[in-house]
Design a protein. Structure first.
Length: 287
């Protein structure tokens, strides 16, 4: 079993990890404000059968509008929007880089369900934010899908250590997530994921979310904290959805105010998210 020292050494040689999938790198570089960019995006997605199938499946789900028989990427783009399918496709491609045939206690499907639910909840919460401070739609969804990619990295390079972590989280529900991770790993999944994000040259705002989504108050005050705060609140609203993270705790009025949201809207937001959880659960069970 790899130990925390070996894990640290592995992360110091992070260039030995899988490179960002070519399709994800190409999509990140695409601008969608031109006809050429839109055409290239749809071509790239169509070239990957797994991503295409998942996006078409999402477009047919009630989670993203009225269910219907969408059968092409172009129709899916019309229903979901180009920025949305770009984020979903990048997220899928990035996560697939760490898929292994023999999974440990961290199941790729469970983590995908968790990440998709968090991203969808963030999108819902963001609609209640003032437009002047609301993050861009593609940033919201990509941040939600990739915020826990550190767990994928850990499972890929140290499956036994990953298994020990998730077993500890499962059996000690009263303990602090970050305390458990630092005690067992001498680091945490946010830092592991951020190191990957730096290696992959992800956008700076996405790397910041990966690193600080459990501790948004520790971000540099000059940075836009809205994305990290969105993830943080979504995880507090959805503790242990898909994976165990011990994020359940009361959300203060100030946390809502930090996002420009009136605390009086909280009950309505919670109800909207309850519906989203049901829809994502149905989608996951049908996959």
């Amino acid at each position: 079993m790899i130990n925390p020292i070996d894990l640290k050494r592995s992360l110091e040689h992070i260039h030995t990890l899988p490179a960002m999938p070519v399709i994800a790198r190409k999509m990140l570089a695409l601008a969608l404000n031109t006809d050429e960019g839109e055409t290239q995006l749809l071509k790239l997605i169509a070239q990957d059968p797994q991503i295409s199938a998942r996006i078409i499946g999402l477009s047919n789900a009630s989670l993203f509008g009225s269910p219907g028989m969408i059968s092409s990427i172009s129709d899916a783009a019309m229903r979901l929007g180009l920025t949305h399918i770009k984020s979903v496709a990048i997220g899928m491609a990035a996560i697939s880089a760490f898929t292994k045939p023999h999974e440990g206690k961290l199941k790729a499907r469970d983590l995908w369900t968790h990440s998709l639910t968090i991203a969808s909840a963030m999108r819902t919460i963001a609609k209640h934010m003032p437009p002047r401070i609301r993050p861009m739609e593609d940033q919201i969804f990509l941040a939600g899908l990739l915020h826990d990619i550190g767990y994928n990295v850990l499972s890929f390079i140290a499956k036994d250590l990953s298994d020990a972590l998730h077993e500890r989280l499962r059996t000690t529900p009263e303990a602090s997530l970050l305390e458990i991770e630092h005690g067992l790993l001498d680091t945490d999944h946010g830092e592991i994921g951020a190191q990957l994000g730096t290696y992959w040259e992800l956008p700076a705002e996405i790397i910041a979310v990966i690193r600080y989504h459990h501790i948004p108050d520790k971000m540099d005050s000059q940075m836009n904290q809205s994305l990290a705060r969105l993830v943080n609140i979504a995880e507090k609203l959805l503790p242990d959805l898909g994976i165990t993270e011990h994020a359940a705790q009361e959300i203060t009025e100030q946390e809502w105010i930090n996002l420009g949201i009136d605390p009086s809207e909280v009950d309505a937001i919670a109800e909207e998210i309850r519906v989203i959880v049901e829809q994502v659960t149905q989608l996951a069970n049908a996959a």
